[in-house]
Write a protein that binds this ligand. Structure first.
Ligand code: RET
Length: 261
């Protein structure tokens, strides 16, 4: 066990190194798959697939930055935790969370008015959730408020997003086919299961005021796993919803793309 709280031991270093590396690989290759795969859905669903690919592409860049930053701060014999910037994650989320919501709404191909009314509520709430969480995770001293207060404030828009997704979006589901309804329900379960990991991770890592090695490791592992599921797996399910809907809309497409159609 490491007795110096401002340094990572070998096992901790390797764990974070590998998880960031896995994150980078997942984001990069999901992006390539989605950008090429967009040809395999009807044009009306391509926007959803393009947005999914853009989310993972933005995350590829940020995982590269985090990986590089992590090595810079922790690879030498002298660790420098202050050099590790949690801001990359928050900037990444600020860009990708609204886009994830756009991709979910876009793939359902709802009426324009319903689409924009849902997004007008979800996007500002997502921005508020992330901006309010940052001072807690970065341990900034703003008005002397502890991390837990920032976490609580951020939970308010978080709960509102879940409410809109489950209650409001649920109403529009009845217009979709049984097959699509099943997938959308799956995507919502994935969403609640993975988005829930972020606040749990935040709580695990908020204990100490200064740097604490095991809290740092828990945070990086928790956020990275949640990111892989919330961006890559989510994007791939969106892609499969787009393909099912393409096949339902166009029999010719169904014949060429699905053997058993
Ligand atoms: C914070 C602060 C503590 C309270 C809550 C949080 C929620 C974060 C979430 C982030 C989701 C990020 C995603 C990224 C994928 O690209 C900010 C940790 C509720 C839900 C989905």
């Amino acid at each position: 066990m490491n007795t110096l709280s401002n340094a990572l031991d070998n096992g901790q270093f390797n764990l974070v190194y590998n998880i960031l590396s896995l994150g980078l690989a997942s984001m990069l290759f999901t992006s390539i798959f989605l950008f090429i795969g967009r040809e395999r859905v009807l044009p009306r669903y391509r926007m959803a697939v393009m947005v999914s690919g853009t989310v993972t592409a933005i995350a590829t860049y940020h995982y590269f930055r985090m990986f590089d930053n992590f090595n810079h701060a922790f690879a030498g014999t002298v660790n420098n935790p202050d050099a590790y910037n949690v801001g990359y994650r928050y900037v990444d989320w600020l860009l990708t969370v609204p886009l994830l919501l756009v991709e979910l709404v876009a793939v359902l191909a709802l009426a324009k008015a319903a689409q924009s009314s849902i997004l007008k509520r979800l996007v500002p709430a997502a921005a508020a959730m992330i901006v309010l969480g940052y001072p807690g995770d970065a341990k900034l001293d703003i008005m002397g408020l502890p991390a837990s207060v920032w976490g609580l404030l951020s939970t308010i828009p978080f709960l509102y997003i879940l409410y809109v997704l489950f209650i409001e979006l649920g109403k529009s589901l009845s217009r979709q086919s049984v097959e699509v309804q099943k997938k959308v329900k799956l995507v919502r379960i994935l969403l609640i299961a993975t988005w829930g990991v972020y606040p749990i991770t935040f709580i695990l890592a908020m204990g100490s005021t200064g740097f604490n090695a095991s809290e740092f490791v828990a945070r990086e592992v928790g956020y990275s796993i949640a990111d892989i599921l919330a961006k890559c797996l989510f994007g791939l399910i969106i892609f499969s919803i787009a393909r099912i809907k393409s096949a339902e809309d166009d029999k010719e497409f169904a014949k060429t793309e699905f053997k058993d159609a």
